[in-house]
Design a protein around this ligand. Structure first.
Ligand code: GCV
Length: 873
């Protein structure tokens, strides 16, 4: 076998993988099976498969990989195929680099990887007749040759990943012939990493790009991330927060950032950066950042030239300006087009692009003004600029007009820029959607926007958003580029913290590649790649994923109200009132008569007129506006009847009770997979589902109480305010504990909690005066972002449970974001038993308790540990 000089890189890749250029049949240990370790492989698990289902006879399993080109991306493809073979087929193939005359050996079953041009040179008959475009690939079989043909080198790499996907899903490759090309050129993630190592809205641990103001010296995780991105066709990554630190543009930082770009490059991922438009002043000693000032243009030109010297494949800039305190062109009376174009002109000679965010709005709106409306902002500002942007500018538009809420209508701006490039911005990190502590599979929600029809008249052909962002000319509209951007915010804790949340990163990539795929099909792919092909695992995981958005929506944001969270805090727990009476414009306009924003043309803010006529008509009328967007578009009385005849207020009550129940049912569903998924994943996810079940009750109680108070209309089913088995801590016998008022009041049962001040420990107790029997005991307490209070639960003097409040929920205050519960199952209680909880404060976390709730259980045969003293941590 001959290895030419230009293939030396491949040797290194293979050496790292333990593969070699010789044939070997020994089964290999699969490091891909590693549990949630630092190299957590996510969906690239390469679990063993039934090879006969894929290849048929054993001799059809390729044992040789021929790499035709010398390009690093093809080397990556070969390395990845070796990894896949090793994990899935327990086989290490030999790798032949280069089209050597003596290779391959006759009779060998072979995978050939190359570009269309390389294939045409090697064996013209094997190359596809039709030209493959950039990043596209074709997989096909010719006898014992499995051909991975790329439109270019990146396409060859994507093809290798696609082949591995087919194998992982145990698809038969007998008649393999699959051609695929990406929907759009821009398929990027945005990471909101700060240079100090934190990540804005990141819930998967700290940054692996930055630490203490510097680029990390070890960029191996950056490379591992690029591998994940590349496996689903993502070709770009913006590594720093849109609230950008201008210092990252200083020469010493750019040099270090170039190391990240080096780590990305073998996977075909181009690095890009967020920049502040004031950088020429912030770090450049210019007295101005006016985009029309020639000194500013020259400054950007020089900066861009400097960047390309270090990072020749630099992707471009992402810009947040005139938004949430970020400086912008309005400072000089200039427009977003002026600001975008000065950057675009500097980038154009190098092939770079500007992603300019349409997330521009005034957060000092006057809430008393019934015509004021944040939802209008993007369209009002950008629509008049249509056609004024340079061809390498892409306007990046959040899927809805507000801000990543649990449900929003599609942004009208998608139809408002017929002569401007557009990209959709989706949020993978679950900022308003449970922060990865609640399961929310986002693909079904994203699909609604991508499939959203923006045709200009009922008689026109459909014009889905996915076409408008494809970068192609559609319906007389001119675009040169377009795409998909996902705010990912991965960190060092298994990327997104929750292993099941990785389905969202996967789904983002798959939809960016092909937005016509169904959410269910993507979930199934992800599940099979991650956990293997066991039908039970697939059924359970797919159902959990596919139901999850609806469940979360039902207890956090009904009827299009948006997520009813603490919009002035961490965006996690319930606090509907926080949306009102401030300049942020996320108002729900709840009063004693009714609820919802009137955005109609007839009587409201006129927002609805921003839609093309068919959608305008549908949303404007109460008769046709869909129930699930009703309160986004209309202000209605609580007694307004929905399509099924139910009143708005009763719907709010019912959906919250249903949602909390459905969240609780996720726990046993997941438990049914014990032993069928890796233990570390099982435990990690179980803990989150248990938390979610408890937190859904916090949400349920807070939102239903808020609306009961607002509306003065009781729940038909008498559930709101009546909680069987609940005992308020403040009503129990207190030893050292003192009652405190909780704000907002609806986030604590009875509006109060008890705290332990100035003592090493305090306790609450009560005497059980109900029938003897088996019960579950839930203790509701607050786990603040600081401190680790310790609690013990005793029954009749016996320790039943002990735990620490060490979850560091995201608030320093006692409220709906920090309220959580600990449940002990199947406790035998006898009339006269004393139930006592002892709390030991830690620093400023005063072992706060809200209530206990005792409910009949199924007895000790149930799966949970029964009545045994346990000590957690
Ligand atoms: C990076 C929301 C988030 C902010 C984020 C902003 C944006 O307002 O809460 O953290 O800032 O969106 O998208 O720019």
């Amino acid at each position: 076998m001959l290895l030419r000089g230009r293939h030396a890189g491949l040797l290194c890749v293979l050496a790292l993988l333990g593969a070699s250029a010789v044939s070997a049949q020994q089964p290999a240990a699969s490091p891909e099976q590693e549990p949630l370790g630092p190299g957590y492989p996510a969906w690239l698990a390469y679990n063993p498969v039934d090879a006969s289902a894929v290849f048929g006879a054993p001799e059809s399993i390729p044992d040789t990989i021929v790499v035709l080109g010398g390009d690093p991306l093809e080397h990556t493809a070969a390395g990845e195929l070796v990894r896949g073979w090793r994990g899935m087929l327990s086989h290490v193939p030999r790798v032949i680099a280069g089209p050597t005359p003596e290779s391959p050996r006759a009779g060998d079953s072979i995978v050939v990887v190359g570009t269309q041009a390389e294939l045409r040179q090697w064996r013209p008959a094997l190359a596809s007749g039709k030209a493959l475009g950039p990043d596209a690939y074709r997989l096909h079989r010719a006898g014992n040759l499995f051909v991975v043909e790329g439109g270019d080198d990146r396409g060859a790499l994507y093809g290798a990943f696609a082949l591995l996907r087919d194998i992982a899903e145990q698809h038969s490759l007998r008649a393999l012939d699959e051609t695929s090309q990406p929907w759009a050129a821009i398929r990027w993630t945005n990471e909101w990493d700060n240079s100090n190592g934190t990540i804005e809205r990141g819930y998967g641990g700290p940054s692996f790009f930055f630490k203490n103001g510097h680029v990390m010296s070890d960029v191996s995780r950056a490379a591992a991330y690029a591998r994940l991105l590349s496996s689903v066709g993502i070709d770009g990554c913006t590594i720093n927060n849109v609230n950008a630190d201008p210092k990252l543009l200083l020469p010493e930082n750019l040099k270090a950032i170039a190391r990240i770009a080096d780590a990305f490059r073998p996977y075909g991922v181009r690095l890009s950066m967020s920049v502040g438009v004031a950088s020429p002043m912030d770090i450049g000693d210019l007295p101005t950042f006016d985009p029309l000032d020639p000194r500013v243009a020259a400054w950007w030109r020089n900066k861009v030239d400097e960047i390309y010297k270090l990072i020749p494949d630099f992707g471009g800039f992402l810009v947040k300006a005139d938004s949430e305190g970020q400086p912008g062109p309005s400072h000089y009376g200039r427009s977003p087009a002026d600001a975008a174009n000065v950057l675009a002109k500097a980038l154009a000679p190098h092939g770079g692009v500007v992603l300019y965010r349409a997330f521009v709005y005034n957060h000092h709106l006057d809430w008393r003004d019934p015509k004021a409306d944040r939802a209008r902002a993007a369209y009002d500002i950008f629509h008049p600029l249509d056609g004024k942007f340079e061809p390498n500018v892409i306007v990046q538009i959040k899927y809805g007009p507000i801000d990543f809420q649990v449900r929003e209508p599609l942004s009208p701006l998608f139809a408002g820029l017929p002569h401007t490039n557009e990209a959709i911005e989706l949020q993978i990190t679950q900022e308003y959607l449970g922060q990865q502590r609640h399961l929310v599979y986002l693909a079904p929600m994203w699909k609604i926007t991508l499939d959203g029809d923006m045709r200009s008249s009922v008689s026109a052909p459909p014009l889905p958003v996915r076409d408008l962002i494809s970068g192609k000319d559609v319906d007389g509209q001119h675009h040169t580029m377009g795409g998909f951007v996902g705010v990912s915010d991965v960190g060092t804790d298994h990327w997104l913290g929750n292993p099941l949340a990785l389905a969202n990163l996967y789904a983002f990539g798959r939809l960016a590649w092909n937005p016509t795929l169904s959410a269910a099909a993507i979930s199934d792919e992800w599940t099979r790649l991650t956990f293997g092909n066991d039908p039970q695992v697939r059924d359970v995981v797919n159902k959990l994923q596919m139901d999850s958005w609806h469940i979360y929506e039902s207890y956090t944001g009904p009827l299009g109200l948006g997520t009813l969270t603490d919009i002035l805090g961490p965006h996690f727990g319930p606090d509907p009132q926080s949306a009102e009476n401030n300049g942020w414009g996320q108002w729900i306009r709840a009063d004693h008569e009714g609820v919802g924003m009137d955005r109609t043309v007839a009587t409201g803010t006129g927002y609805i007129a921003q839609y093309p006529p068919p959608l305008e008509k549908e949303y404007e009328s109460l008769k046709t506006c869909p129930d699930n967007l009703l309160l986004f578009m209309h202000h209605v009385p609580y007694t307004h009847r929905l399509r099924d005849g139910k009143t708005v207020i009763q719907y709010i009550y019912d959906t919250h009770y249903w949602g909390a129940q459905a969240a609780a049912a996720q726990v046993p569903a997941w438990e049914s997979l014990h032993g069928k998924v890796p233990d570390a994943t099982y435990e990690n996810v179980l803990k989150r589902f248990i938390f979610q079940a408890g937190h859904a009750i916090v949400w349920r109680d807070a939102i239903t109480k808020y609306f009961e108070r607002m509306s003065g209309i009781p729940d038909n089913l008498h559930r709101v305010g009546h909680y069987s088995g609940r005992m308020e801590a403040e009503d129990m016998k207190l030893d050292g504990y003192a009652p405190v008022d909780i704000k907002p009041s609806e986030t604590a049962s009875g509006a109060k909690a008890v705290v332990c001040r100035d003592r090493a420990s305090c306790s609450v107790s009560t005497v059980w005066n109900q029938p003897d029997g088996w019960y579950d005991i839930a203790v509701q307490y607050f786990d603040l972002r600081r401190g680790e209070s310790h609690f013990t639960l005793e029954v009749a003097g016996r320790k039943i449970d002990a735990w620490r409040a060490d979850e560091n929920l995201p608030d320093f205050r006692m409220n709906g974001s920090s309220s959580t519960r600990q449940t002990v199952h199947n406790v035998s209680l006898h009339r006269g038993d004393t139930l006592e909880i002892t709390g030991q404060p830690d620093g400023r976390e005063l072992a706060p308790l809200d209530y206990i709730e005792v409910t009949p259980s199924h007895g000790p045969s149930a799966s949970h540990a029964a009545n045994h003293p346990t000590e957690k941590k």
